[in-house]
Design a protein around this ligand. Structure first.
Ligand code: ADE
Length: 432
């Protein structure tokens, strides 16, 4: 557990992030004036970072009372947790929580009987749904163990938001099966989130994590990216910028074609395994790098994951083919295979950008978390008319956030003339 002595440093880091998050600041100023969240209890399950602290402050300025647990056991910045606690936020997080405590923290957030859940990866939302639908598993048992009335604790939730692709996949599965219990806003799917946070935020922060963990030179390395979605394509782009030879592994024909036409070498994991120096997974799927791939790798290969869960690089397979496992540093684990080759796993296979670095930079989280704050307000204002569905925020909200960011950057927007607006509405005009 962290020490309250860390709070001062945490407060300084939060202030630094706040300076770089002007759109969140202006949403906070409006919230402070209008108090759109007065009386609401909000349960957040987010990476406990300096940027999340800025969001929590904005929600509090809107009048909400906020309880926070982490969305990954290893991503918590302890100084930030301490600073939030000093500010009176109920925060149940410390770096390195074991799985049982991680789910107990989710239970503790539920003990505040939230009206709205703000989630990153859907662990909080799925715990609420499991409790309400009577699904028992270890996580639910641990979360429920801190609750005198688990169902009662979940019964006042009337809406939720979700930050990431992995979480949205789970929500859509609940929706398709008719099991979703309240409206959830897929903040991830707003263009102002997915076009910036996913490729640009992850592109920078994943490479930052690899560099902080290992200190290796990236120029001249062969870096294999598994998955060429929004996140993987961002990692590939930035790795190329740093001088890596990037190899993409991708099962979707359209995405693979896109990678090939963007000039990347595209192949399957069997072939990539033989040549890669650094491997990064960004697929949202399980066992993407597994036994048969480890057995082909060169000694010294570095393995990192950028997907939400630590399932993309099979740690079970790695252990089963290893003679010895040694911790080289807090962030690097060495697996010595039976034939003497060494493979290096970063951040225990968890999100390398949040465990080995500080997550996405504040300038990018400014967009994502302004949308989160506005999504919470949208839920509060529209609770009567929204159904049990997954929603995307209206375009006007997206545009307002993008506009605010452009203003803060001093970037001028072009304006359409009245003639141009009419032209775009006209269907009769064609070849002249
Ligand atoms: N997800 C990715 N980067 C993040 C950050 N800096 N804070 C919170 N969540 C994040």
């Amino acid at each position: 557990m962290w020490d309250l002595d860390l709070a001062e440093r945490g407060a300084e880091r939060i202030a630094w992030a706040e300076k770089l998050m002007p759109v969140c600041r202006s949403v906070g100023a409006v919230f402070k004036r209008d108090r759109p969240l007065e009386g609401l209890r909000i349960g957040c399950c987010l990476h406990v970072t300096k940027e999340t602290a800025v969001l929590v402050k904005v929600l509090s300025e809107g009048g909400a009372s906020v309880a926070l647990c982490p969305s990954n056991p290893l991503s918590t910045q302890d100084d930030v947790a301490a600073a939030l606690s000093e500010l009176g936020i109920q925060v149940y997080a410390y770096r390195g929580m074991p799985p049982r405590e991680y789910y107990e923290a989710i239970g503790k957030v539920l003990s505040h009987r939230p009206h709205i859940t703000v989630d990153d990866g859907a662990d909080l939302t799925s715990t609420v749904h499991k409790i309400m639908h009577g699904v028992r598993d270890e996580g639910v048992a641990w979360a429920s163990s801190v609750l005198s009335d688990p169902r009662g604790s979940c019964s006042e939730v009337f809406g939720g938001t979700e930050e990431t692709t992995t979480g949205v996949v789970r929500l859509r599965s609940l929706e398709t099966q008719g099991l979703l219990l309240y409206p959830v806003i897929a903040v991830n799917d707003s263009p102002t989130k997915r076009l910036f946070d996913n490729p640009i935020g992850t592109g920078q922060s994943v490479l930052d994590g690899i560099m902080r963990a290992t200190g290796v030179l990236l120029a001249g390395k062969r870096l294999v990216v598994a998955g060429y979605g929004q996140v993987g394509s961002g990692i590939a782009m930035r790795a190329r910028g740093l001088g890596c030879e990037v190899i993409v592994v991708e099962p979707s024909p359209v995405r693979a074609l896109m990678a090939a036409m963007n000039g990347f070498r595209v192949t399957d994991m069997n072939e990539a395994a033989e040549v890669g120096d650094i491997f990064v997974t960004a697929t949202g799927n399980i066992n993407v790098i597994r036994r048969e791939h480890f057995l082909r790798m060169r000694s010294g290969a570095i393995l990192a994951n950028a997907g939400h869960y630590d399932v993309e690089i099979s740690k079970n397979d790695l252990s089963s083919i290893s003679e010895r496992v040694e911790k080289v540093s807090e962030l690097v684990t060495k697996y010595v295979l039976h034939d003497g080759r060494e493979l290096y796993l970063l951040a225990e296979g968890r999100l390398v950008n949040l465990v080995a670095a500080e997550g996405h930079p504040p300038e990018v989280m400014d967009l994502s978390f302004s949308l989160q704050a506005l999504a919470v307000k949208y839920l509060a204002e529209n609770r009567e008319r929204l159904g049990r569905r997954v929603y995307v925020l209206p375009e006007e909200i997206d545009d307002a956030v993008a506009r605010g960011k452009l203003e803060s950057m001093g970037v001028k927007l072009e304006s359409l003339t009245e003639e141009q607006k009419r032209y775009l509405r006209e269907w009769r005009l064609g070849t002249s």
